[in-house]
Design a protein around this ligand. Structure first.
Ligand SMILES: Nc1ncnc2c1ncn2[C@@H]1O[C@H](COP(=O)(O)OP(=O)(O)O)[C@@H](O)[C@H]1O
Ligand SMILES: [Mg+2]
Length: 272
């Protein structure tokens, strides 16, 4: 642990560092705003169909995918998660293969066939429903995204074997609007989204993150919260960065509470 992190913990009497990226599913903030998209995505997978999750960066997509995964009983689902960077078709197949724990050699057509066989046998032999979550899907090249159709397409469409969940920012939406991607778009049976937090939700979120980090008091005063909200506009990731930096500065200065001027100082160290 760094000195800054140690100081922050001891100054505020915390058991862990709040506002970090690695939030355990059981510690997540279970806000109503996530309930509807979560339930709808789950229902789509239960019907063996595929879905989209499109929302701006920092609004909780990856955490929602992890939560969705934790809601699906292991006895019934085999969930494979891949996070993407721009890839060729072959690389995409390899990434998916790796996520599924498969032998992944060969040229693209061979790999595609291996993946199709693997998903079919998961469904046939183990009775498991294969789910493939692709995070940061906006990074997919259009020709590569088009090939995903081949994974959901078995026996001339007579079987629904694999469910896809594609998550990404608004570029994913634009990508799917392309005429050549219509076959993929048509396979998406649900379109989920996430929104920015209101001021009230921002406070609740900050309180929750501090509480699960062991805080017995909430150190931000009302003007500090206004300042946080004005800067972050309800974006969770931006709120994380600003709240954490404000706590660090308060610890450095030995300040017991965080006011608006401390938040303004914290902002100068961040690109928000
Ligand atoms: N339900 C949640 N509970 C607690 N923290 C969350 C939750 N959703 C998002 N976060 C926080 O917000 C940050 C950004 O969320 P993330 O899922 O990575 O957004 P996206 O994938 O849309 O860019 C996470 O690192 C986490 O700190
Ligand atoms: Mg993400």
């Amino acid at each position: 642990m760094t000195d800054t992190a140690r100081d922050l913990r001891s100054h505020f009497g915390l058991t862990t560092i709040p506002f970090t990226r690695e939030i355990a599913v059981e510690d997540r903030w279970p806000a109503p705003l996530f309930d509807e998209p979560l339930a709808a995505l789950r229902a789509t997978l239960e019907q063996r169909m595929s879905a989209l999750l499109v929302a701006p960066s920092g609004t909780g997509k990856t955490v929602l995918l992890r939560t969705l995964r934790s809601c699906l009983p292991e006895a019934r689902y085999r969930v494979n998660y891949v996070k993407l960077t721009p890839l060729s078709k072959r690389d995409l197949c390899r990434e998916i293969g790796l996520a599924c724990g498969l032998d992944i050699n060969g040229a693209y057509p061979v790999l595609m066939r291996k993946l199709q066989d693997a998903f079919c046998s998961q469904a046939d032999d183990d009775g498991l429903r294969p789910v493939l979550m692709i995070d940061e899907s906006q990074e997919l090249r259009p020709d590569v995204l088009a090939t995903l159709r081949l994974l959901t397409n078995f026996d001339m469409d007579s079987r629904l074997v694999l469910s896809l969940v594609l998550a990404g920012d608004s570029r994913l939406r634009s990508l799917l609007d392309r005429a050549d991607l219509e076959p993929v778009r048509r396979r998406m049976a649900h379109f989920a989204s996430l929104r920015l937090l209101s001021r009230g939700e921002t406070v609740e979120y900050m309180q929750h993150r501090l509480r699960v980090a062991g805080a017995s008091q909430f150190p931000f005063d009302s003007q500090a919260i206004d300042a946080v909200y004005e800067i972050t506009r309800g974006n969770l990731r931006a709120t994380d960065h600003l709240a954490r930096k404000s706590l660090e500065l308060a610890a450095q200065k030995g300040a017991p509470a965080i006011d608006a001027s401390l938040v303004a100082s914290a902002r100068q160290y961040l690109l928000l």
